[in-house]
Design a protein around this ligand. Sequence first.
Ligand SMILES: [Zn+2]
Length: 261
Amino acid sequence: MVKENAAFIFQGGSLLFFRGELPDAQQAAALPLADFGSFGSLEPRGCSWGRVARDAVLPEGWEAVDRRAFGERFGMEAFKAMSTAWGLMDWKAQAQYCGRCGTKMVQSPADERAMKCPKCGHMLFPVICPAMIVAVERDGKLLLAVNKMNKTGRYSVLAGFLEVGESIEDAIVREVREEVGIEVDRDSIEYLYSQYWPFPRSLMLAARARWKSGELHADGVEIEKAGWFAPDEVPQNVPGTITVAGWLIRDFLKRHGVTRD
Ligand SMILES: [Zn+2]
């Protein structure tokens, strides 16, 4: 549960806690805030977001915590609220100046989630970047890979941003081909669910697909290694239940009669 007046204050990529807990707006007022605002009409209403400079010195009792670890500790609902706060904070930080004429932007009087250029009228809304994430299956086995960016060497499903002009299906076919050298059956692609993912501003579109042809060959650039895993071979150390990657893997296991926390 998120308390009614919770304040999600960020410093760099971290979330700030006061005495080991999420602060409220009153407590957050003690911080050297660079920006602060309310959730407005977004849920959970009454919450607020804010930002302190990366080099700001925190008053006593405050500490920066990892945003992912926050979700794992407090659960899905709290993670979602934190994600909304991050999205609002990130948008305001990115929309300081007009990209067209360089003038300082102001809050649009007509739309609470629009920044407007007082000189040329250019509008900036929160940016959300679609990305696909896919569980590819071949003869009852799941494709899992280790991304080079992941320092823990953890296996997960493949994911990647959509390119300009692409459909989700285009992106799935291309990413899987680029990253592990196989073809998926385009007609087998089935959309499942989505998740807003604040690292930094993605909308993850989750799908299932079936292998069509080719043998696995990790590209060595983004993907370190890849393999096919039968339900009883799926490693214990896969993404957790607050991530869409974790849902896809658990969905695969469940459909094959394996339940995992
Ligand atoms: Zn302008």
